[in-house]
Design a protein around this ligand. Sequence first.
Ligand SMILES: Cc1cc2nc3c(=O)[nH]c(=O)nc-3n(C[C@H](O)[C@H](O)[C@H](O)COP(=O)(O)OP(=O)(O)OC[C@H]3O[C@@H](n4cnc5c(N)ncnc54)[C@H](O)[C@@H]3O)c2cc1C
Length: 496
Amino acid sequence: MRSTTMQFQSRRLDTHAPGSPGRSSAGGLGDRVPPAPENPWARSLWLEGVVRDLTPREKLSGDHTCDVAIVGAGFGGLWTAYYLKAADPSLRVTVIEAEIAGFGAAGRNGGFVSAGIAGSGSRYARVSGWDSVLRAERETHHGVDEIGRVISAEHIDCGYNKEGALTLATTEPQAQRVRAKVEAKHGFGLRPEDIRFLTAEECADFVPGAAGVLAGCFTPHCARVDPARLARGLADACERLGVKIYEQSPAERVSPKVVQCRGGRVSADVVIRATESFTIRERGQRRGFLPLYSLMIATEPLSQEIWDELGWRDGLGIADMRHLYYYAQRTIDGRIALGGRGAPYRLTDPISPSNERDAGVFQRLCDTLRQAFPAASEARITHHWGGSLAVPRDWCMRTTFDRKTGLGFVGAFGGHGVVAANISGRTMRDLVLGHSTDLTSLPWVGYHTRNWEPEPIRFVASRLIAKTLDASDNYEDRTAKPAKRARLVQPFLPPS
Ligand SMILES: Cc1cc2nc3c(=O)[nH]c(=O)nc-3n(C[C@H](O)[C@H](O)[C@H](O)COP(=O)(O)OP(=O)(O)OC[C@H]3O[C@@H](n4cnc5c(N)ncnc54)[C@H](O)[C@@H]3O)c2cc1C
């Protein structure tokens, strides 16, 4: 998934109270926010789907010793554990998870196993040069296939299907941005086989049922998965290799050589933090990331007639090119799952279950789905959920390891963590084992990002950015001219 600009959401939140009938400008269905799941672990369509396997693993209790302790069982933590243990089976690797494996963004995301670097090519290039950025981009292409390889080798049943990703433009300014994006990618070394511009007719060859399309682009470097099945399957694969996973064991202090939890403690030569957006809960870390919520909806399973009308082949990811854009997948059980336009950043309680569902955002997503895919306009919306992304000040990811203290970090993935976490896991393996490889010289290794501005400056700025992006989309829809005001907020946004 492209790093999100759309998480900045400006609509008033009290327009539709959860559960109240909503306004559907396109479908007129009076969408209702679906009830929250009863099982507290089933925090997404995907987690609900694997609900039978969500019984938490053992909690940490007492003192333990191992070689590598990893805090957080999302993709960052699990891939690191998997590759370390696979490379050196003699290593004692322990993962400590506050809730259950896959509870965070890993088990809630859009399921785009998509290429593209997490962060700004020009920022990385300033530190490492453009060759290194091109190498990083190619590594993300490889990452899509590498994830597929492990899924197959470990028999993880998560619907991996690599059919590429389509980005659609429905206004002239969006079409200009698509063209500019493709030219920029070619400009630094990608080929038409990696990404290519499409006319409206060519887009219609991919998805004849998408409405109002003027142009688009296609990359083959993207697969679709059910992310919770992948995360839970990866946790199982780690255990088969001999990794010990403790769940419902929040770390209270992460420091060199020691992870202190309420019920116990793990001592280890190497301690890796993989807590992504939740990192801000730790003292002194609040300004390290902006915890931005991205929200999703899913339809009921659609009939074969509707899929035939849409002509949307299984495995193809679709997104658009609005400033507040959407991303959508065809799920393995035949629904459309569509996300974007996250709830606004909240000053108090920035990570909270109450941020995962938002009646205003829900309605916008419903409207978007019905406008973009008219054949599905009568479909019932059965699920609504969300999760938080870790957004660093410059949107650039990092993998860091201090050999002296044994402390490492994987994360800062923004909206790109599915592939980025896999690359980080392999990179952290090489760093911990002391191997100098192509991975350990990628531009985000040892990369440093400054903190966000103090509150309430950050809060006010994020609300203003949200308003600007929303207004820009409305202006472009109305006039078919590029909204100049969107440029004003570009320095705070991820690269497209
Ligand atoms: C709605 C949504 C859609 C997205 N769509 C896509 C997409 O299609 N493609 C893509 O590439 N990316 C997408 N992303 C981003 C992607 O999901 C994240 O970048 C990625 O999952 C983050 O890495 P992670 O899995 O390691 O983090 P998380 O899954 O957030 O893992 C962090 C883990 O650490 C645990 N933890 C936190 N604090 C502690 C503690 N103190 N002690 C112990 N454990 C702790 C948490 O419980 C959690 O399980 C999306 C994100 C969201 C929210």
